[in-house]
Design a protein. Sequence first.
Length: 95
Amino acid sequence: MQTGSRNVELIGTRKNARVWAEEYDRDLSDLFTLQGEIAQKIADKLGIRASPAEKTAFQDVPTSDLISYDAYLRAKDLLSDIALSTRQKEDLLKR
């Protein structure tokens, strides 16, 4: 399992100033949980109240296989460059 210390920052575009920052030193196999925690902290910092559906999405773990998930994201990105109808793309992106 890979661990690593990462700095996460939220930069405000109007003043190009740091709004929020935190350092994380975690096992990267728990990436999706960390992603959800960061999303929740940013929402809290901005004073945004997450809906129940959004809170569930923060906690949703799409897979435990990061290599497969990376391949899925790359394929999804490539798909956006292919000339297909919206319906065909939606059909291909169904889980």
